[in-house]
Design a protein around this ligand. Structure first.
Ligand code: ATP
Length: 246
């Protein structure tokens, strides 16, 4: 049960997701939260670097997923909503938006990174859900604009431990919702969707497609209305970027 997952805090670690994967490969599938006060090798998707200054939250939830890849594919959407929920506990007035499939941004500034990885050990599927939230520091020089809870009005006394407490509750709730009623989860996701109803570019860099971001497909795919009127669905696995067209 994810809601009862214990938390293991490290003062310093290479990356909480690497530690979660080491555990999973050794047969310990959790559920467990791995959290660190400092990370020396934080990673984002596609091996990108995740800037990890102290005072921010670095965490990974490792858990077994008996529902197979179909349920695993719902997790990024649940995670993005959970991050939004948790951030709203610290800064209720913050207008965080969700960039498909799982970025959380404020005024286009990135607040959180979510990295969902999965694997099998002895035929049992596991998920390592990595979540970084900028609590005190919005790092510069990342290649994109960033924000932090502090920048959005949270007190200087807000610690990563406090944010993780809210995040644990929110992730448990949203993962439960994703399992039981994915349609309602996607409806919630859509309420906060960045770029919905607007012209966006999506798809892999080599094959960017432009269209109007119309809705989410029942499996969470991004429905793009193309200039010729056809509806094209992009799956999360294909996506590199979704950018609004200026
Ligand atoms: P995007 O679509 O925003 O590029 P992504 O989902 O492909 O994101 P992520 O794994 O979420 O990638 O994040 C990695 C990217 O986030 C890095 O390439 C960098 O631009 C940016 N980044 C790195 N560290 C931070 C940070 N602490 N806060 C905000 N953004 C960061």
């Amino acid at each position: 049960m994810i809601e009862n997952a214990p938390v293991y805090w490290y003062d310093e670690i290479d990356s909480t997701s690497e530690e979660a994967k080491r555990r999973a490969r050794s047969g310990d599938l959790g559920p467990v939260w791995i959290a660190a006060r400092a990370q020396s090798a934080g990673k984002g998707r596609l091996g990108r670097k995740w800037e990890s200054p102290e005072g921010n939250l670095f965490s990974t939830l490792l858990f077994p997923e008996s529902g197979g890849l179909k349920l695993a594919s719902r997790i990024p959407f649940a995670a993005a909503l959970a991050v939004r929920d948790a951030c709203a506990r610290s800064v209720p007035e913050m207008a965080a938006e969700l960039k498909w499939p799982n970025d959380v941004r404020v005024r286009g500034q990135k607040m959180s990174g979510i990295l969902t990885e999965s694997g099998k050990t002895n035929d049992a599927l596991w998920i390592a859900l990595g979540i970084g939230i900028n609590v005190q520091t919005a790092p510069e020089g990342t290649g994109q604009e960033t924000s932090s809870l502090r920048k959005e009005g949270a007190p200087v006394g807000l610690t990563p431990e406090m944010v993780l407490t809210d995040l644990r509750d929110a992730v448990s709730e949203r993962v439960k919702q994703a399992r039981q009623d994915f349609e309602s989860l996607l409806n919630d996701w859509t309420r906060y969707a960045e770029g919905i109803g607007q012209t966006v570019q999506a798809g892999p860099v080599q094959n960017r497609i432009e269209g109007v971001f119309e809705s989410l497909a029942p499996d969470g795919g991004l429905n793009l209305r193309l200039p010729d009127g056809a509806l094209h669905t992009i799956r999360a696995g294909d996506v590199e970027l979704v950018r609004q067209v200026d």
